[in-house]
Design a protein around this ligand. Structure first.
Ligand SMILES: Cc1cc2nc3c(=O)[nH]c(=O)nc-3n(C[C@H](O)[C@H](O)[C@H](O)COP(=O)(O)OP(=O)(O)OC[C@H]3O[C@@H](n4cnc5c(N)ncnc54)[C@H](O)[C@@H]3O)c2cc1C
Length: 424
């Protein structure tokens, strides 16, 4: 590196980190960018959050790969900031640092029974069916599961409902791991409820994703006509899907039932395992605010997945507040920046990360001058101390090829865990 090269460390190789890197080298081809991830694999939630049956969406990895292969960008997988190296040391050795660490923690419901067996947050449950190293061994047992309750009214709730409701044939071409497939196939589902706290017009389901629920091979998606009465659904395409669902015949199994205006009040169990959820009816006042009504209902549940959002987690000595790292237009403090889910909380799609990441990259280029810090020389030393576990981008490409080669006939890949990756 010449003295004039800008050195930037990006912590987190999810889409936000990749888009920052892409922009920095495009605008400053001499910049030296190191993208550090705690996992040996890049792409964050694209690999471990996006549903395994949506391989078309996961294919964005191919486009994002260019961020790691153009200019002087290097991927350092398997280094956790806060464990293997400190944020302070990174700051001391780079001209600028970007926290692109996402928001990996489940928001809690904060109600009784949340810790019963069979109750999961979506980060854990989605991580389980996506074989995330933190969650692949979640003790999920669906062998007697007739009723699932999914709490939340966004696309993550739809992902979970769809993965549960699909037939084995519909999961062909996915990367659902074999042990998860066995669990999904063993579940004698009768009813999968997707329950929103507020009215149907407040649901944040995408029209394509909701429509997909009406086109499943065996399952029947249903909403009560009463939930649509008086609801002002601005998106006409979405309103059409709901109308179709309200009049649909209930011929399929399982029934995926959408319910609105029910607030989960307690999760009920016996012998430490969930058996039901008690909901309290919500009513809307003239001012539009929702309030508790008298009516409560208890609905049977063998599995509960809460999909109510995520929060950022502490990165070394830096603590998030209200679920994200406080910042002003991406800047936390001098030469320390943050972006996307880490900066704003869990809102936005892969595509919306791009302009946000580019804005932060542009800000860095405008505010930070290249210094003479050690940059990559420092990181190389750290990596040497962690030699067994550190992967570069070529290492990831080898993992990718090995996973694809090991895929069972009806799967696109067989995801490896970090301990097996180390021996590839
Ligand atoms: C279940 C789910 C499904 C989704 N499905 C879709 C979809 O179908 N389509 C769509 O457009 N969007 C989807 N999204 C949204 C999309 O995934 C996010 O917009 C995007 O991933 C956010 O990018 P990010 O880079 O900020 O965070 P992340 O993707 O979470 O990346 C953060 C990275 O930081 C790393 N990291 C964290 N802490 C450390 C540390 N201390 N040291 C080093 N590295 C660290 C993590 O390992 C991770 O790789 C989905 C989100 C979820 C949760």
């Amino acid at each position: 590196m010449t003295a004039a090269s800008l050195s930037v460390a990006i912590i987190g190789a999810g889409p936000a980190g990749a888009y920052v890197a892409e922009r920095l080298v495009r605008k400053n081809p001499a910049a030296q960018i190191d993208v550090i991830d705690r996992l040996p694999t890049p792409f964050g939630l694209i690999r471990y959050g996006v549903a395994p049956d949506h391989q078309g969406t996961k294919n964005i990895e191919r486009v994002l790969s260019r961020a790691f292969t153009k200019g002087d960008v290097q991927f350092w997988g398997g280094l956790k900031v806060g464990a293997d190296l400190s944020l302070a040391d990174i700051q001391a050795n780079y001209d600028a640092v970007v926290l692109a660490v996402g928001a990996p923690q489940d928001r809690r419901l904060g109600i009784a029974g949340e810790d019963l067996a069979g109750v999961y947050g979506s980060a854990a449950f989605v991580g389980w069916y996506n074989r995330h190293p933190d969650h692949f061994d979640l003790p999920v047992d669906l062998s007697a599961a007739g009723n699932a309750i999914i709490i939340g009214a966004g696309n993550v709730a739809l992902d979970v409902a769809r993965v549960l409701a699909k037939t084995p044939a519909e999961l062909s071409g996915s990367d659902v791991p074999p042990d998860v497939s066995r669990q999904l196939q063993s579940a004698p589902w009768e009813r999968i409820r997707v329950v929103g706290r507020r009215g149907i017009e407040m649901a944040r389901f995408g029209v394509v994703e909701l429509d997909e629920m009406t086109r499943l091979a065996a399952a029947a998606a249903k909403v009560e006509a009463a939930d649509l009465e008086g609801a002002e659904i601005a998106d006409r395409a979405l309103a059409e899907v709901w109308a179709r669902m309200a009049t649909a015949a209930l011929t399929g199994r399982p029934v995926v039932r959408f319910q609105f205006c029910w607030r989960p009040e307690a999760i009920i169990g016996s012998a430490d395992r969930v058996t039901a959820v008690r909901f309290r009816r919500q009513q809307q006042g003239l001012d539009g605010a929702y309030f508790d009504a008298e009516e409560t209902v208890e609905q049977a549940a063998d599995l509960v997945v809460s999909c109510i959002g995520y929060a950022a987690e502490t990165c070394d000595q830096l603590h998030p507040a209200k679920g994200h790292f406080l910042n002003t237009d991406g800047r936390i403090s001098t030469a320390l920046y943050t972006v996307s889910w880490a900066a704003d909380g869990p809102t936005g799609t892969i595509a919306t990360n791009r302009p946000k990441s580019h804005a932060v990259a542009d800000r860095i280029l405008a505010e930070v001058t290249a210094g003479t810090r050690s940059g990559r020389a420092y990181l190389t030393k750290v990596a040497q101390q962690n030699r067994a576990s550190v992967t570069d981008f070529a290492g990831w490409q080898a993992i990718d090829a090995a996973e694809r080669a090991a895929a069972p006939a009806d799967r696109v890949r067989l995801k490896q865990l970090p301990n097996t990756i180390a021996s590839l």
